[in-house]
Structure formats: structure tokens, C-alpha cells
Design a protein around this ligand. Structure first.
Ligand code: URA
Ligand code: SF4
Length: 228
């Protein structure tokens, strides 16, 4: 009885079981469509089990600006495309106000499967762990190597953690352009360019002063546009 109880408790939680990571699924030298097709099969961490599908990216490989979010949300998990839910709608508006054409921008996420806790009413977003970021990183590396954008904008702390490191603080360092040196150890960031982080559009939706938070997001996106 005690054993059974333990077993059911264990199956209700989602311990990070991120072995072996996405690396084994990433085809070497592939273009975006081959990466997208391969990512649909990825079982590099446990997040693929409960999610509906892999949400890869949207936007052209010719994009000079890339936006990196955290992970698909509930709406993105169902639609199979990034930033199509409430946060995506706010992002669309902010991009337009910053003079950036979303259709000319490459949009992706640091983690490609929706991590959530299921309640009877709805699926609650759960922030991915560092282990999920690491497991999924080979996709981001591969896609950025193909797109080779001049400017990469991290939307929120999770994406910033993936690309700017664990010590990065969005609250203090948002909107700052960091020169991205060419790095031979990271094919995703081979070309020199700019890296910046700003707040996540969801944080704007949750902010006490939504107008001020929105204007600050637009200002950061303008800085990114002006760096192109
Ligand atoms: N939040 C994200 O970080 N990415 C999405 O695609 C949607 C919501
Ligand atoms: Fe693979 Fe990333 Fe999905 Fe994990 S979250 S299964 S590493 S695509």
C-alpha cells in the first residue's frame, strides 16, 4: 500500500528527466525545414510526453532580427506555432509600434515543448528548468546557425538565461545591446552581432502599470531595430 501510494505520487510530479538532450535528433548541416521536421520527433527530454506537439519557429530564414521566447504556451501548444496566444498578440502590437515587421522576423523559443501542470480546469504554465533549457539548446543553436541574424532579442528571463547566462538580470540589463563576438565553440552564435534581452510580453500583461511596461518593451524593441 505504501509503495503504491509512493508510485502514484511520483507519477503525478514531473521530475526533470532531460537525458539525453536534443543533440541526437538534430541533423547536421540541415536547413530550417529539415530541422523543423526533425524537431517534431524530438524526445530529448520528458516534456514531449505531455505536450501536444513540438512548436518550432515562425518567420523567414532571411530574417536579420530573431526573437527568442521561453516556451510555447497553451495556445501555441495547440496551434503548433510560436506566439499566437495572448502574449503573441501583445508582441505583435509592440513590434508594429517599434517599426518592426513581424513577418520579416524569425520567432522561436528556448524550449520547444509546453511545460505545464494539469489542473481539472486548465493547463498551468510551468517555467522550464535549466535542465530543459540545456536539453533543448541544440535546436536553438542549429536554427540560429542557419538564420544567422544580426540581432537576437531574448524575450524574458528564461531566454536570457539560455543565451546570456545565469548571471544575467533582465531587470537591470534589459534594453542593453551586447556585442556578440563570433564564437567558434557555439555554431549558433558564429557570426558577430548583437544580443539583447527585454521583458517577456506575458510580464507586460501581468504588470501593475501595463501602459508603462508596454512602452518600455516597445522602447527596447526600437533599440534592437536601430541596431540592424
Ligand atoms: N510565450 C513564449 O515564451 N513563447 C510563446 O511562443 C508563447 C508564449
Ligand atoms: Fe526535445 Fe526540446 Fe521538446 Fe525536450 S523540449 S523533447 S529537448 S524539443
Amino acid at each position: 500500500m505504501v509503495t503504491l501510494l509512493h508510485a502514484s505520487v511520483a507519477s503525478m510530479s514531473t521530475p526533470a528527466d532531460t537525458r539525453p538532450g536534443a543533440g541526437a535528433w538534430v541533423p547536421v548541416g540541415a536547413g530550417i525545414e529539415a530541422l523543423r521536421a526533425a524537431a517534431a520527433q524530438c524526445e530529448g527530454c520528458e516534456l514531449h510526453r505531455a505536450a501536444t506537439q513540438t512548436v518550432f519557429s515562425a518567420g523567414p530564414v532571411s530574417a536579420r532580427l530573431a526573437l527568442v521566447g521561453e516556451q510555447p504556451g497553451d495556445a501555441e501548444d495547440r496551434a503548433g506555432a510560436p506566439f499566437v496566444g495572448p502574449a503573441g498578440q501583445l508582441l505583435d502590437r509592440a513590434l508594429a509600434d517599434a517599426g518592426i515587421e513581424r513577418d520579416a522576423t524569425y520567432v522561436t523559443n528556448a524550449v520547444k515543448h509546453f511545460r505545464f501542470t494539469a489542473t481539472p480546469q486548465r493547463r498551468l504554465h510551468q517555467t522550464p528548468d535549466l535542465a530543459h533549457l540545456s536539453a533543448c539548446r541544440p535546436w536553438l543553436t542549429a536554427e540560429l546557425a542557419v538564420v544567422d541574424p544580426e540581432v537576437v532579442v531574448c524575450l524574458g528571463a528564461t531566454a536570457a538565461r539560455a543565451l546570456l547566462g545565469a548571471d544575467f538580470r533582465v531587470t537591470r540589463q534589459r534594453g542593453m545591446l551586447f556585442a556578440r563576438p563570433a564564437r567558434s565553440d557555439d555554431p549558433g552564435l558564429v557570426r558577430a552581432g548583437w544580443l539583447m534581452a527585454t521583458v517577456h510580453p506575458s510580464a507586460v500583461l501581468r504588470a501593475d502599470d501595463r501602459d508603462a511596461a508596454y512602452e518600455a518593451l516597445v522602447a527596447d524593441l526600437r533599440t534592437a531595430r536601430n541596431a540592424l
